[in-house]
Ligand binder design. Sequence first.
Ligand code: PGA
Length: 249
Amino acid sequence: MKIKMVNNYQEMSNDAADLIEDQLKKKKASILGLATGGTPEGLYEELVRRYHLGRIDFQEVQTFNLDEYIGLPQDHPQSYAFYMWSRFFSQVNIDPARIHLPFSTTAGDAEAATAYDKQLKQAGGIDLQLLGIGENGHIGFNEPSSFLWADTHYAELSRETMEANARFFAWREDVPQQAITMGMAPILQARHIVLMASGKEKAHAVKEMLCSPISPWHPASFLQLHSKVEVVLDAEAAAELPPHVFAYK
Ligand code: PGA
């Protein structure tokens, strides 16, 4: 695990963009696992900028997104499908047939979850998985719990997650309570993981991820088991870390 502290959000975004650019230089047909939320907005902007400069080509790339709310149509401005299309997919030369977004209209549709895992397996698994982290230590919508689902599954969102997401909705009652999410198994099977965190609200979750015992109560702590994780933090998100963690390799 490599832990890197940078000065601010822009540097974090640029750093993560460098890692993706390197990945696509090594393998044009890379399979990217993508995340949404406030954290990677700057990264997508930077990737679009580099695409227009001719530095990155997405033509052969395949993508698998981490998660999606249940109950929002894909053209809803707060759906993660809308987020991805408006900020990234429509701005670069990615082939729409190579884009994979988890989606289900009900939380009971086991087939949609199984089909997503199957598509991912058939594609060969993820080369580079991009992650953010929730204030409560969630990864995707793998919420803290006494039990961790390994595969793609439906999740009841925790109170903390709904509170954090409320900033994107006009009314508290509109915040979705359920989601479909990639489980920790395909995430941990990714060959390379890049996790970004910015802001003081993330400092505690970042410390728990790296310094607490591995537990489903801290889903991000499972990343301690992976041999190729790069964590890019701004100074505020790194504020609670003991200095020795920066020596990890
Ligand atoms: P954020 O969400 O990027 O909007 O802070 C991250 C997450 O909840 O995983």
